[in-house]
Design a protein around this ligand. Structure first.
Ligand code: 13P
Length: 274
């Protein structure tokens, strides 16, 4: 049994219309019908507080997704719905952005921060991830903060120095036990995202162990030992059990394989059995 909370989180990126979002939840619900093995695994794992399941739909689908989850008759009603990105200010002249207080109004209190696609295409830096995460933690949100090196950085032997900069420059200086319990790290090697090239178990464990060591230098060993560090990058139902078995991997942040209810349902069940 894993010692830290396992997260099975699906990042839908810019996929699924509102109609497709509702259909996704309807099909997922039929897999998790009363008395199914999926339902009993998730019910037990949720009751024991071992697993959190989360989905990050597009901004337009947040409200419909919240309504679908509220209407679930099974333990799927415990799914957390989160935003893929959130601004650090609570309101103001920031065209195209969404604030934590607007999300909270919908009942959303979970957000990704610093996804590599935000870094690559939208100018996110370690400095902006820091103010987003600090602001969201102060507003009571749970944050999944993403880090990871590009292929060029890995080939140049810079993986550890990139992770160090992303952690030391991009995360809050200090955490309390309470804010620390709401901060989750996702290690997503950029070269593994959407490429089918999953990190090998050795590569994943090596990077996760280094992330935990860096967290322990920054926040102390006790805090670092409690923090969930998720792996992301071409996770599928085929490779998830091997990743989950690694000592420092505490779940997955999944793109492509979270878009279909059957593969997402399988990933949830694997998380519950880890
Ligand atoms: P894929 O699982 O499609 O590689 O995406 C990973 C990811 O970026 C999740 O945030």
């Amino acid at each position: 049994m894993k010692k830290r909370k396992i997260w099975v989180a699906g990042n839908w990126k810019m996929n699924h219309s509102v109609g497709e979002t509702t259909q996704f939840f309807e099909s997922l619900q039929s897999t998790f019908s009363a008395n199914s093995s999926e339902e009993s695994s998730l019910r037990t794992a949720t009751l024991e507080n071992r697993v959190s399941v989360a989905l990050f739909p597009s901004m337009l689908s947040l409200s419909p997704a919240m309504n679908c989850v509220k209407g679930m008759k099974t333990s799927l009603s415990s799914i957390h719905i989160g935003s893929q990105n959130t601004h650090w200010e609570t309101k103001g002249a920031f065209t195209g952005e969404v604030s934590g207080s607007q999300l909270r109004d919908l009942g959303v209190t979970l957000s990704l921060v610093g996804h590599s696609e935000r870094r690559q295409y939208f100018g996110e830096t370690n400095q902006t991830t820091k103010i987003r995460t600090e602001s969201l933690l102060a507003q009571g949100f749970t944050v999944i903060h993403c880090i990871g090196e590009t292929k060029e950085e890995r080939l140049a032997g810079q993986t550890f120095s990139i992770l160090k900069a992303q952690i030391n420059e991009g995360l809050p200086e200090s955490l309390t036990a309470e804010t620390g319990s709401r901060l989750i790290i996702a290690y997503e090697p950029v070269w593994a995202i959407g490429t089918g090239l999953t990190a090998t178990p050795e590569q994943a464990e090596e990077a996760h162990a280094e992330v935990r060591r860096l967290l322990s230098v920054r926040y102390g060993e006790a805090q670092a030992n409690d923090m969930s560090v998720l792996y992301g990058g071409s996770v599928t139902p085929e490779n998830f059990p091997t990743l989950l078995a690694l000592p420092n991997v505490d779940g997955g942040l999944v793109g492509g394989a979270s878009l279909k209810p059957d593969s997402f349902g399988k990933l949830v069940q694997m998380g519950c059995q880890a």
